[in-house]
Design a protein around this ligand. Structure first.
Ligand code: DX5
Ligand code: ZN
Length: 213
């Protein structure tokens, strides 16, 4: 299992310290939640702060867009050369075009599904994706409870990707901890995002290690 701690739960007064801490504690990706106050009822960070994160991160950024105008934000963040940019299928009229655009910028494209969105909605996009991110909370805030229906959904997506694109990774985001990591592994999940679980732990190395099963 790969682990992507969400910087949303970091101490923003000590952002450099916290980003360096998760990178040296063994994380695989640095998950960055970008919210615009329109697609979700919260507002987080833009390119000024994300470039500060990029400057001190020693692991690739995993940028999760929760915004209305995806293309505008892809253009803003592309110069930072993140590993992945993921956008919500619920908010994109031309997902295939946007996938091509992200890939043409040298970034791995990923699509995010909200808790109510079925995996079948991306059946004809799966072969063009590097990753699918399944939300296991409603997007907008850290520290929420894990929504159990993501379990059968991850199983279904795992079957779909075996058939259509075995290289496409499955990531789960929201309410992840040592309590649900084993069931997620059993469903075929490859990467977990963990915000409050990692940052509330005094020993981040221990927290990340407990998810790397
Ligand atoms: C929610 C974000 C998540 C969040 C996860 O909209 O996408 O990445 O920070 O936080 P936890 O792990 O605390 O649920
Ligand atoms: Zn996220």
């Amino acid at each position: 299992m790969l682990v992507a701690p969400s910087v949303l739960s970091a101490d923003f007064g000590n952002l450099q310290r916290d980003v360096e801490a998760i990178c040296s504690a063994g994380c695989d990706l640095v998950h960055v939640d970008v919210m615009d106050g329109h697609f979700v009822p919260n507002l987080t960070i833009g390119p000024v702060v994300v470039s500060a994160i990029a400057a001190c991160a020693t692991k690739p950024l995993d940028i999760h867009l929760m915004v209305e105008n995806n293309t505008f934000f892809v253009d803003l963040f592309a110069p930072l050369k993140p590993g992945y940019i993921s956008f919500h299928i619920e908010e994109e009229k031309h997902p295939h075009r946007l996938i091509q655009k992200i890939r043409s910028l040298g970034i791995k494209p990923a699509i995010v599904l909200n808790p109510h969105t079925p995996p079948e909605s991306i059946e004809y996009l799966l072969q063009d994706l590097d990753m699918v991110l399944l939300m296991s909370v409603n997007p907008g805030f850290g520290g929420q409870s894990f929504i159990e229906s993501v379990i059968p959904k991850a199983k279904k997506l795992n079957e779909m990707r075996k058939r259509l694109n075995p290289k496409c990774l499955i990531e789960v985001d929201g309410g992840v901890s040592d309590k649900n990591i084993h069931i997620l592994k059993d469903c075929g999940v490859d990467i977990v995002v963990a915000g409050s679980y990692v940052f509330n732990h005094v020993n981040k190395e221990e927290a990340i290690a407990s998810l790397k099963i």
